[in-house]
Design a binder for this molecule. Structure first.
Ligand SMILES: Nc1ncnc2c1ncn2[C@@H]1O[C@H](COP(=O)(O)OP(=O)(O)OP(=O)(O)O)[C@@H](O)[C@H]1O
Length: 330
């Protein structure tokens, strides 16, 4: 399979990952057989419309799904260890926050209003048995995210949205994880602050070597940080490739629709084009390609599940790229 070939030298290899919400009405297949791999120096953007499973994928990678959510299959191999197989105790002790950290969606609004920023950072360090100089570490972590030492003695309500988001990023980085997952970290921030937070994530990736997985519905924003972009549709990764490839040469009809929907300032086009219809329910998704009912190129074969067809920089799950079909039509 193209996506998993050569995974052994990757920093992170996700194979056949499925994470469902086991509801009374049946399983909600929010993440269904997802494959991707990242090497040390790469950052990844996960893009897709609301409810396609982006946050669930992030939570599954962090093993922080709450019931009825559950990882039901697959492997997440980080630095050679499959973290899905670890006991909760082992994962909590060795991996969570130490190797993988996550800035959860809306986390900046969940800062404790009654404690100063410094004491909240200190508490995390003490909880994890940090052995160095706690005060110095707090100041260093604030500096890392571009905040002045004085912020340590401030309460959350005294900070702007952008500053709070920086605090939350500092918290996630306290135990020096190698992998940082940021779920919609710029939502609810104004445009200028959004670009500052994106610049910070970029800096952490480029200068500190933190592998970043950025989750967002905003393709243009993600492309500023990510080396690779994975496009999610209805719980599945339908295409993954280099950022340049996804932009310049999108292959999956859904990716093409997303690109067409990115407003272009000078194109003179007034209307944003988008494909009519809506994604299928994840409770009972149809067999075959999940985009089939909305796809302008739908064919009979699309009623069967598309495998991953290798591309120059990743893969695409679309029958249009089946080399045997191509040779038959010529
Ligand atoms: N606790 C839950 N119980 C049942 N279904 C859930 C639960 N949490 C999420 N889901 C469902 O899982 C699917 C994926 O949701 P998820 O939040 O991962 O999507 P998302 O792409 O991150 O969306 P958004 O961009 O709106 O945050 C949705 O259909 C959602 O309704």
């Amino acid at each position: 399979m193209p996506s998993t070939a050569g995974d052994s030298n990757k920093k992170l290899a996700v194979r056949g990952l499925s994470a469902y919400y086991l509801t009374e009405r049946g399983p909600v297949k929010a993440v269904d057989a997802v494959n991707f791999a990242l090497s040390e120096s790469e950052s990844l953007g996960i893009v897709g419309e609301s409810a396609c499973g982006k946050s669930t994928l992030g939570s599954a990678l962090m093993r922080s799904m709450q019931p009825p959510g559950k990882i039901v299959g697959g492997a997440i191999v980080l630095g050679g260890d499959d973290i899905v197989k670890m006991s909760d105790r082992e994962f909590g002790k060795k991996v969570r926050w130490k190797k993988i950290a996550m800035v959860f969606q809306g986390a900046m609004n969940a800062l404790d209003p009654v404690y100063t920023v410094g004491s909240q950072l200190k508490e995390i360090l003490e909880e994890h048995g940090f052995e160095g100089d706690v005060d110095a570490k707090v100041l260093e972590s604030l500096k890392q995210v571009g905040l002045a030492p004085a912020v340590a003695s401030r309460y959350p309500h005294e900070l702007s949205g952008g500053m709070k988001q920086r605090v939350v990023i500092a918290m996630a980085l306290l135990l020096e994880p190698d992998l940082l997952i940021a779920d919609e970290p710029t939502t609810a921030l104004d445009v200028l602050v959004q670009s500052q937070i994106i610049a910070l994530l970029k800096k952490l990736h480029r200068e500190k070597g933190v592998t970043v997985i950025l989750i967002s519905h905003d393709l243009a924003l993600v492309s500023q940080v990510a080396d690779k972009i994975g496009i999610m549709y209805a719980g599945q990764l339908v295409e993954i490739g280099s950022t340049q490839d996804i932009y310049k040469n999108p292959k999956h009809p859904y990716t093409q629709a997303l690109i067409a929907a990115v407003p272009r300032l000078h194109s003179g086009e007034k209307k944003i084009r988008f494909i009519p219809g809506s994604p299928p329910s994840l409770l009972d998704p149809p067999a075959g390609c999940r985009f089939y009912p909305r796809c302008p190129h739908a064919m009979e074969v699309c009623k069967q599940d598309p495998p991953e067809f290798e591309t120059d920089t990743g893969y695409v799950r679309c029958w249009l790229y089946d080399p045997t079909l191509k040779s038959m039509s010529h």
